[in-house]
Design a protein around this ligand. Structure first.
Ligand SMILES: [Zn+2]
Length: 123
């Protein structure tokens, strides 16, 4: 994580003095860099809680990089299904499930550990 900023603080308190124990919501925006490829990530987290009592990240969305839609013209159906599941997992921040579905797409395409390409190629 290289930078984090909070934005859009919203408290349910009616008077500013009541903010101390009123539930609140706030967006946290972060910029992070991938330790492997140095690629940047822009992440939005929704923080909610009660000041001084608890707070938790309610939602996390990766704003950048955007999920890329690939072309499936010559892709076998089982590979396509696994890939589409992976994209859905990624966009709902289920990153472990995304990794599993990427592995499934790779296996269904004939990819083996250590190999660089699957059995099908675009023609
Ligand atoms: Zn990376």
């Amino acid at each position: 994580m290289i930078a984090t900023v909070g934005h859009g603080f919203e408290s349910e308190a009616i008077n500013p003095e009541d903010q101390v124990d009123a539930p609140f919501k706030q967006n946290i925006f972060s910029i992070a860099v991938c330790p492997k490829c140095d690629g940047p990530f822009f992440i939005k987290e929704e923080l909610s809680g009660v000041p001084g009592e608890f707070e938790a990240i309610a939602d996390e969305v990766v704003l950048y990089p955007a999920a890329v839609r690939a072309s499936f013209e010559n892709t076998p159906e089982p590979v396509k299904r696994a890939y589409e599941q992976a994209v859905r997992c990624y966009s709902s921040s289920a990153f472990e499930a995304c990794a599993l579905m990427c592995g499934a797409a790779w296996k269904r395409s004939g990819g083996r550990k250590g190999s660089k390409a699957g059995i099908w190629t675009a023609s």
